[in-house]
Design a protein around this ligand. Structure first.
Ligand SMILES: Cc1cc2nc3c(=O)[nH]c(=O)nc-3n(C[C@H](O)[C@H](O)[C@H](O)COP(=O)(O)OP(=O)(O)OC[C@H]3O[C@@H](n4cnc5c(N)ncnc54)[C@H](O)[C@@H]3O)c2cc1C
Length: 377
């Protein structure tokens, strides 16, 4: 049994690290336990888009704005690369353009979204005309872009070296109980324990997590090299994302976008395909994604799904692309809300995402949950 800590955290994904940061910056003594030798979960398999624009007004928008500031701070102190130019969401059709116009005319103004709608000459001039085959582009100026597979290790280094967070990698946590955590590296005492286990609902607190009726979402992802040197500095989305993201999906104009997808490209709806493109720091692109919901993640990737995504990406970019890497990512989905903070027992809680925006809101969730546990107003 080792010496006492203030906070023990299970999981070194973005939620675990965000809670670790929130506690350590308050001067608390923190230990993090991760079963793999380096984080390999959703937090390194994603697009690294820290999106503010796509969030619905209310709690998610507030959390995304707060998270944006935290990412900005981490970029400075932890030396992680963060693109702060925003994202472009392209309207390919008249229905998509109407939806973006409606969003800018009302919701964006009412809730202070930091956006600009590029049309006409502004659209044609973007990236030297590379995207002129689109009708319009919504520039979400607050959206940020990271390279997650490098950002998480950089954040871990910072937490370890500057905030004295102790990490135990290659360590499975087998059980937690009030004040005690039992792992393959022994047992540890802590005033508070927070389980940030991603979509593993069975190893720890299984009964409490089962009450949330969570499921998972499995996504196919690609890294690719464009045939042209685009020097892309913005994350890219298309109108397809508007029927998924809460900022747009409930606007009356979204119905026409959805109807057009069902009429003209039902396979995109069937496989939950909506195109996201993230530039890496090395001139490559992360491209996805598809959405396959269930209780478990099928290991079998559909080649046709990759082909549809590649076709969409080539249409959007206006150039050919060559795939250099393929993988699948899984995130927790469809719980009672976009996220949960479960108080399972005195001093034992779980922080979980139930939708695919943990990079966008996770940093602020860590702040919120740690403040609540330590009785701050
Ligand atoms: C393909 C894909 C694309 C995405 N794109 C975006 C995006 O662009 N923007 C965005 O905001 N969000 C995105 N998301 C969602 C986002 O990545 C997730 O919401 C977020 O990473 C969840 O973080 P987490 O810490 O809860 O889970 P994870 O990152 O999965 O971390 C959980 C960790 O806990 C560890 N663990 C679990 N149980 C134990 C145990 N018993 N003992 C020890 N360790 C344990 C696991 O090994 C794992 O490392 C995407 C997700 C995916 C899969």
């Amino acid at each position: 049994m080792t010496q006492h800590s203030d906070l023990l955290i299970v999981g070194a994904g973005i939620l675990g690290l965000s809670h670790a940061y929130a506690a350590a910056r308050r001067g608390l003594k923190v230990k993090v336990f991760e079963r793999s030798a380096t984080p390999l979960g959703a937090s390194v398999r994603n697009f690294g888009q820290a999106l503010v624009t796509g969030q619905p007004p209310g709690a998610m928008l507030d959390l995304a704005r707060q998270s944006r500031a935290i990412w900005g701070h981490w970029a400075q102190v932890a030396g992680l690369q963060l693109k702060r130019n925003g994202a472009y969401l392209f309207a390919r059709t008249e229905a998509e353009e109407h939806l973006l116009e409606a969003f800018c005319a009302e919701r964006a103004q009412e809730h202070g979204y930091n956006v600009e709608l590029l049309q006409g000459a502004a659209m044609r001039d973007l990236y030297g005309g590379q995207f002129r085959h689109h009708r319009a582009a919504l520039h979400g100026r607050d959206d940020q872009q990271l390279y997650s597979r490098e950002a998480l290790p950089a954040l871990i280094r910072y937490l370890r070296e500057h905030l004295n967070v102790e990490f135990h990698f290659s360590t499975l946590v087998r059980d937690v109980e009030p004040g005690l955590l039992h792992s393959t590296a022994g047992s540890f005492r802590g005033e508070q324990i927070i389980v940030c286990c991603g979509h593993d609902y069975q190893t720890l607190l299984a009964e409490a997590l089962a009450e949330l009726h969570p499921s998972i979402c499995r996504l196919q992802m690609l890294r690719a090299r464009p045939a042209l040197n685009l020097n892309l500095q913005h994350a890219l989305l298309t109108g397809l994302s508007c029927v998924h993201y809460g900022a747009f999906a409930d606007l009356p104009e979204a119905a026409a976008v959805q109807a057009q997808i069902l009429r003209e490209a039902p396979h995109l709806h069937e496989h939950g395909i909506h195109l996201l493109i993230s530039p890496t720091p090395y001139g490559e692109l992360i491209i996805g994604d598809s959405h396959d919901y269930g209780l478990d993640a099928s290991p079998f990737n559909g080649e046709q799904v990759d082909n549809w995504m590649l076709e969409l990406a080539e249409q959007t970019l206006g150039c050919g692309i060559q795939v250099v890497e393929r993988w699948q990512g899984v995130y927790g989905a469809r719980g009672p809300g976009p996220f949960s903070f479960v108080r399972a027992a005195p001093g034992v809680s779980a922080a979980l995402m139930h939708t695919g925006v943990g990079m966008s809101v996770g940093p602020a969730l860590g702040e919120r949950n740690v403040a609540a546990l330590w009785g701050e107003a």
